[in-house]
Design a protein around this ligand. Structure first.
Ligand code: DX5
Ligand code: ZN
Length: 226
């Protein structure tokens, strides 16, 4: 069983000492950083903008994913690519032209990600699997960190895992929301290979984060994906 990639969500980071947060998260062993961008329209919350991506870019060499909870999204894609995002994830629920927006992310030189809200069926992603590098399965409703994992998303992860095998696509299958070692183990059993973690990591003081990461990294060790 491969070890899952762990991306730290900065939504609930202490922005008064972002450099220290990034330093200790890197030291703890995160594989990258996940930045949740919210526009107050696609989701009712507002969070942060491209300047945070630009700042984090200066603080780390690790991959940065911009999770754009924005609609309409097209006019913002170049800004996040230029700010230094390695991957841009857009939502399947945004306005039309989804295919064109995914192609634009590719044209901008970023990894292409497609996010599915809990209420969106896996079939929505299937026509795009040959065009993308990552599927982000939301295991909470987007907008807030610290929510409980929605177990109903496990069968969606399984369906998407089977589809990527069928289409022979080596895309990342990422789960985002309410991730702990316990919920991650269930997701890995369904085929997930990457996770986004917010509160489970952030509630530890910096010095204890290595053990939190290690608990996540070993979550799937005891199981093979069936
Ligand atoms: C929610 C965000 C998630 C969230 C994850 O809208 O997309 O990335 O920050 O945080 P936790 O792990 O606390 O659910
Ligand atoms: Zn996110």
């Amino acid at each position: 069983m491969s070890v899952p990639l762990v991306f730290a969500s900065l939504l609930n980071a202490d922005f008064s000492c972002l450099e220290k947060e990034i330093y200790y998260l890197e030291k703890a062993g995160v594989d990258g950083f996940h930045i949740d961008i919210m526009d107050g329209h696609f989701v009712s919350q507002l969070s942060m903008g491209p300047e945070i991506v630009r700042t984090v870019r200066r603080l780390t060499e690790r991959p940065i994913t911009a999770h754009l909870m924005i609609s309409p999204v097209r006019q913002h894609l170049q800004t996040f690519a230029q700010a230094g995002a390695n991957a841009i994830i857009i939502h399947a629920e945004t306005e039309t032209q989804l295919g064109e927006n995914l192609s634009l992310v590719r044209h901008l030189g970023c990894r292409v990600g497609l996010a599915l809200n809990p209420c969106t069926a896996p079939e929505k992603a299937m026509p795009y699997i040959h065009d993308i590098d990552e599927i982000l399965v939301m295991s909470v409703n987007p907008g807030i960190g610290g929510q409980s994992f929605q177990g109903a998303q496990l069968k969606k992860i399984r369906a998407l895992h089977q589809e990527r095998i069928k289409q022979e696509r080596e895309i990342s299958l990422t789960v985002d929301g309410g991730i702990t070692p316990e919920t991650l183990k269930q997701c890995i059993e369904m085929g997930a290979d990457t996770c986004v973690v917010g509160q489970f990591l952030m509630r530890y003081v910096s010095e204890d984060r290595p053990q939190a990461i290690s608990a996540l990294k070993t979550a799937g060790k005891s199981h093979d994906t069936c």
